[in-house]
Design a protein around this ligand. Structure first.
Ligand code: ADP
Length: 346
């Protein structure tokens, strides 16, 4: 068979590709590979056999496999290194005794699919428990076994609670999906950040959510009359403070103070903290709080009417607003959610 020489410009071109490229002769001997391939298969590949790195039977004799139509389909392969990349492999015959093997990295797509699959599984699970409970009570009542009115009422109240839980969950799933898909769209209105804070605080007081809690507004800025404009969507900013304040109330000791504090250390940004005193969050969980359905104590969150999606929604709204959130917590003491918003001149 003729000795194959690959022109230099092919080598240069191959470096421009955003996928791995390996050129082989019919017996799988590697003639050329681009830089990206090094990340997938390692370096010093020239002259070695592709089967040593990608043990696919069809690569033993590329010509024969090509003639059998084996390369009409693509192959999947997982790298053996620590990253366990998922590669899709496509093979094309370029000319006699010359094959191009394209390595497409599908790892992030695979991870994304996994996140989606997990999310669907979680949603189904979360919906199933209230639904099972509802079906159980409906059957019991339909059987006519519960005669006394007091027990019937008790069952109906539980059913009402479960139906509301499903409703909350669906509302949160829809909110999350909306903010996630729109997180790259920067809002085009500027609003005073003080308004949503005060609006949410008074609506929480009106709803009587805070029971014996003391809701305190602390403005530590030098100029408290400054409106503090940020680029923002008012409904979404409201949602952030509703979620943070509802959590602060839910997870705090009875009759304790819940503080919303505003600070401004420079002209560029404003920091708003929601502080409560409660059991607190162990440090190892702090990074996970904004994951969908993550709850430190699942039973407690359920009992308090939580869906496990509140902070995930907050996270995506903040990304959209170029704002950042810092969480700190001491066991049986203060938990602080601090958000830094970039300021605008209006
Ligand atoms: P949930 O609906 O369960 O409240 P979130 O996404 O709003 O879901 O919060 C996730 C978890 O973070 C909660 O289940 C709780 O364990 C923890 N958490 C949130 N806010 C606080 C807080 N202020 N104090 C203590 N734990 C909190």
């Amino acid at each position: 068979m003729n000795k194959i020489s690959i022109p230099n410009n092919i080598n240069n071109l191959s470096q421009l590709l955003e996928d791995g490229l390996v050129m082989c002769d019919s017996f799988g001997s590697i003639l050329l590979y681009n830089n990206l391939t090094k990340q997938y298969l390692g370096d010093n590949l020239k002259g070695k056999n592709i089967c040593n790195f990608i043990p696919i039977e069809e690569f033993n004799n590329l010509d024969e496999s090509y003639n059998n139509g084996a390369f009409n389909d693509q192959f999947s392969f997982q790298t053996s290194d620590i990253l366990k990349r998922s590669l899709i492999i496509k093979v094309k015959k370029i000319e006699d005794n010359l094959f191009a093997i394209l390595l497409l990295d599908m790892t992030s797509q695979r991870n994304l699919e996994k996140v989606r699959r997990d999310f669907v599984a979680n949603v189904s699970h979360e919906l199933r428990s209230p639904l099972t409970s509802l079906v159980g009570f409906i059957e019991t009542l339909l059987n006519g076994n519960v005669k006394d009115e007091k027990t019937q009422k008790k069952f109906l109240n539980i059913m009402d609670e479960e139906a509301k839980r499903m409703n909350r969950l669906i509302d949160d799933i829809l909110s999350l999906s909306k903010v996630e898909t729109e997180e790259h769209i920067t809002p085009n209105t500027s609003i005073s950040i003080i308004n949503p804070i005060q609006y949410v605080m008074s609506s929480i007081k009106e709803r009587g959510l805070s029971k014996n809690h003391n809701l305190i507004f602390e403005d530590l800025r030098q100029n408290v009359n400054d409106p503090c404009f940020v680029i923002g969507d008012i409904d979404e900013i409201n949602q952030v403070f509703v979620n943070l304040l509802e959590n602060a109330i839910k997870y705090s000791f009875e009759s304790s103070d819940v503080v919303v504090r505003i600070e401004q250390h420079n002209q560029e940004e404003v920091v708003i903290s929601v502080i409560n005193k409660g059991e607190g969050i162990p440090e190892k969980y702090l990074d996970r709080l904004t994951e969908r359905f993550f709850r430190v104590d699942k039973a407690r969150s359920r009992e308090l009417g939580g869906t496990g999606l509140g902070l995930a929604i907050v996270k995506h709204i903040l990304i959209k607003h170029r704002a950042t959130m810092n969480i700190s917590s001491e066991i049986n003491d203060k938990t602080t959610f601090s958000i830094t918003f970039p300021l605008t001149n209006n």
